[in-house]
Ligand binder design. Structure first.
Ligand code: NAD
Ligand code: UDP
Length: 350
């Protein structure tokens, strides 16, 4: 199948592209490199032996998108491209509404024009806001608490309207919980720009010694140790769910929504202990007040994805953190480090 991957140079897009290539799909990437570089594409080639076809540009660029659809026989789209920081979205909501929503509108209009109706969309557990009880089920009420979350919710609604008016659309809305980890090779991984805001990239940099200590945001939540609980999922498991979703929507036209998580939660203190084990380093931390907008606990019920997609997260927390640590050790400067210095592993994880 020929698949257009928007945002394919990003964290989840690069891991998914590796798997798609390994499954003999043809991948065409569009990415404006606003939150990445060309380097992951070289790394994808080092892993798979194939350089995906790449267009540097904005998904909002209608002419470029049309050119891509004219040139390639695109059969399905995985739409990762978007801005994803909750904090940034609070500081500059218009930029978030513009980038995330306008990109999706132009993409769907172009798909429709070229009779391509199979779409996998990157949504987020952020659409549940702090409404849901745990485990979180897909049919629980949604209510975003940040402009970022609202863009995801609005796009989900746009896709619902689209499907309601034209039943040729077959759409999977994938609500990711907390993707972490990296490809087993250590060649691709999460490369936060500036100070990391997510827990695992922050832990990685503390363990490296490039950051002094972790601030634990809150120890007074209604959880066994008082710290926040999240459902961390290996990015490679997440990538696998995209492939399975593509296959599923091809055979089941409709509008589908799936939680992608492990179904288990881990607290911040548990994550610190597990990261110490994976890295062999001590993680200094101090307790700070709650971070504004944070919720206490969130983990998925992932039974629907299991039943419909035949997908289940396989990798353990230790694997997630060992892979995150390998990526960090091999790439202390993220993708800034040239590929030549990277050892290429002889064995890849399944
Ligand atoms: P990322 O920032 O690493 O990747 C997004 C990619 O999209 C980047 O390479 C960026 O350059 C590109 N991009 C952004 N706007 C674009 C535009 N208008 N045109 C072309 N390219 C554009 O993010 P990620 O972690 O890989 O996330 C991928 C998707 O998954 C995002 O939509 C994000 O909101 C969603 N998501 C991520 C997480 C997470 O924790 N990583 C959780 C839930 C949902
Ligand atoms: N967290 C923390 N210190 C940090 C970053 C995160 O204590 O420097 C906590 C945060 O409060 C939450 C958990 O770790 O309970 C996961 O946070 P992350 O930002 O990774 O994911 P999200 O909150 O978006 O689910």
């Amino acid at each position: 199948m020929t698949i257009l991957v928007t945002g394919g140079a990003g964290y989840i897009g690069a891991h998914t592209t590796v798997q798609l290539i390994e499954q003999n799909h043809d991948v065409v990437i569009i990415d404006n490199l606003s939150h990445s570089t060309i380097e992951p594409l070289r790394r994808i080639e080092a892993i798979t032996g194939e350089m995906p076809r790449f267009y540097q540009g904005n998904v909002q660029d209608r002419q470029l998108l049309q050119l891509i659809f004219q040139r390639h026989n695109i059969e399905a789209v995985i739409h990762f491209a978007g801005s994803k920081s909750v904090g940034e979205s609070v500081a500059d909501p218009l930029a978030y509404y513009h980038n995330n929503i306008a990109s999706t509108l132009v993409l769907c209009q172009t798909m429709s024009r070229f009779n391509v109706f199979n779409l996998v969309f990157s949504s987020s557990a952020a659409v549940y806001g702090n409404n849901a009880s745990v485990p979180v089920l897909e049919n629980m009420p949604t209510q975003a608490t940040s402009p970022y979350g609202r863009t995801k919710l609005m796009i989900e609604q746009i896709l619902e309207d689209l499907h309601a008016t034209d039943s040729r659309w077959s759409i999977a809305r994938l609500r990711y919980f907390n993707p972490i980890g990296a490809h087993y090779s250590g060649l691709i991984g999460e490369d936060p720009q500036g100070l990391p805001s997510n827990l695992v990239p922050y832990l990685s940099q503390v363990a490296m010694g490039s950051l002094e200590q972790l601030a634990v945001f809150g120890d007074d939540y209604d959880t066994p140790d008082g710290t926040g609980i999240r459902d961390f999922i290996h990015v490679v498991d997440l990538a696998d769910a995209h492939q399975k979703s593509l296959h599923f929507i091809a055979g089941h036209p409709g509008l589908h929504t799936f939680n992608l998580g492990t179904g288990r939660g881990h607290s911040v203190l548990e994550m610190i202990a597990a990261f110490e084990l994976a890295s062999g380093k001590t993680i200094p931390y101090t307790i700070h007040p709650r971070r504004e907008g944070d919720i206490g606990k969130s983990w998925a019920c992932a039974e629907l994805a299991k039943a419909k997609l035949g997908w289940q997260a396989k990798r353990t927390l230790q694997q997630m953190l060992q892979d995150a640590w390998r990526w960090q050790l091999q790439n202390p400067e993220g993708y800034e480090q040239p590929l030549l210095n990277q050892p290429i592993p002889l064995r890849m994880a399944s």
